[in-house]
Design a protein around this ligand. Sequence first.
Ligand SMILES: CCCCC/C=C/C(=O)SCCNC(=O)CCNC(=O)[C@H](O)C(C)(C)COP(=O)(O)OP(=O)(O)OC[C@H]1O[C@@H](n2cnc3c(N)ncnc32)[C@H](O)[C@@H]1OP(=O)(O)O
Ligand SMILES: NC(=O)C1=CN([C@@H]2O[C@H](COP(=O)(O)OP(=O)(O)OC[C@H]3O[C@@H](n4cnc5c(N)ncnc54)[C@H](OP(=O)(O)O)[C@@H]3O)[C@@H](O)[C@H]2O)C=CC1
Length: 286
Amino acid sequence: MTGYGRDDDALAALTPALREGYFAGQTVLITGAGSGLGRGLAHWAARLGANVVLCGRKVDRLEDTAAAIGRYNAQVLVHPLTIRDPEAVQDLFSAVAARFGCADIVINNAGGQFPSAAIDIPPKGWHAVIDTNLGGTWHMMQEAARRWRDAGRGGSIVNVVAVTGRGMPGVAHTAAARAGVIALSKTVAIEWAPLGIRINCVAPGLISTTGMNVYDPRAVRAMTRTNVMQRFGQIEEIADTVCFVGGNASQFMTGEVVHVDGGNQIWGDQWTIDKPDYFKVDSIDD
Ligand SMILES: CCCCC/C=C/C(=O)SCCNC(=O)CCNC(=O)[C@H](O)C(C)(C)COP(=O)(O)OP(=O)(O)OC[C@H]1O[C@@H](n2cnc3c(N)ncnc32)[C@H](O)[C@@H]1OP(=O)(O)O
Ligand SMILES: NC(=O)C1=CN([C@@H]2O[C@H](COP(=O)(O)OP(=O)(O)OC[C@H]3O[C@@H](n4cnc5c(N)ncnc54)[C@H](OP(=O)(O)O)[C@@H]3O)[C@@H](O)[C@H]2O)C=CC1
C-alpha cells in the first residue's frame, strides 16, 4: 500500500460538506499546513471563505500550499515556525494581528510521532514527541487565549489529537501527549468559557496522508483493518469535521472530543509495530 494521501487537484475536485461562505470574514490559522491533513484543511478553510494562516516548519511546503489554494482567491499568510518555541508562537500571533487582526479559529494540527516499542524510546525522541504534540499545542492554545482575552473577544480552538481511549501500542509517547492535550482541552474549556473561548478536540483514526510513510507498510495495511469500516479514513472526512467543530455550527459545543475513526475506538486492536505472538488469537477456541 503506497501513495498515501490526496494531491491538491484531488482535494480541489471534492466538495466540503459545509455551506459556501461558512467561514466568510473569519481568519483560520492552521498548523502543519504544508502537508497531509493540514494541507487539506487549508483547502477547506479557503473554499469556505476564510482568510487562511499557514504554519509549519518548512516554508517551501507552506508556500506550495499557499500556491495551491490560490485557486480559491483567499487571503493567505504564510508563517513558518516551530510550535515548540513559545517566543516564535508569540511572533506568529503578532504577524496574524498585523495582517488580519485576531485569528477567529485556531486549528492545532501540527504533530507526529515515530513507531517504537515504549521500552526502546530514546530520551531525545520522547522529548521531541512530547514537546511538539503537547508542549507546542499548549503554546498555541495559551497564546491564542491571551490574544482573545486582551482583545475582549472570544474564539475557537480545535486540537487534532488521536484515539487514546485504550492503549496505543508502538506510540506510547504520542498516547501520553495526546491524552495530555485532551485533558488540557477539557480543563481550559472550563477556565476560558467566561472569555467566550471554545476548545474542542478531533480524534482521527487511521487517515491516508503522507504522514503514513513513517510506518512499516505491513503495519499500515493491518491498521486499516482495525476499524469497523475496514478502510482508511480520508483527509476530507477529517476536514469536514474540524471545520464543523471550529466554526459556528458547533457553537454550543466545548470540551468535546469528536472521534472520526470508522469505529476504531469501539473495536480495533491497533498496533503500529509488530504485534507480539502473546496477543495473537487465531480462533475462538484458542
Ligand atoms: C495507534 C495509531 C497511530 C497511528 C495513527 C497516527 C498517525 C499519524 O499521526 S501519521 C502523521 C503524523 N506525522 C508524523 O508522524 C511525521 C513523522 N514523524 C516525525 O516527523 C517525528 O517523529 C517527530 C514528530 C518526532 C519530529 O520531531 P523532530 O523534532 O523533527 O525530531 P527529529 O526528527 O529530529 O527526531 C528527534 C529524535 O526522535 C527520535 N526519532 C525520530 N524519528 C525516529 C524514528 N523514525 N525512529 C526512531 N527514532 C526516531 C530520535 O531519537 C531522534 O533523535 P536523533 O536520533 O538524534 O535523530
Ligand atoms: N494520519 C493519521 O492517520 C493521523 C494523524 N493524526 C495527527 O494529525 C496531524 C496531521 O497529521 P498528518 O497530516 O497525517 O501528518 P503530516 O506528517 O503530513 O503532518 C504533520 C505536520 O506537522 C508539522 N509539524 C511537525 N512538527 C512541527 C513543529 N514542531 N512545528 C510546526 N509544525 C510542525 C509538519 O510540518 P513541518 O515538518 O514542515 O514542520 C507537518 O506538516 C498530526 O498531529 C498527526 O499526528 C492523528 C491521528 C491519525
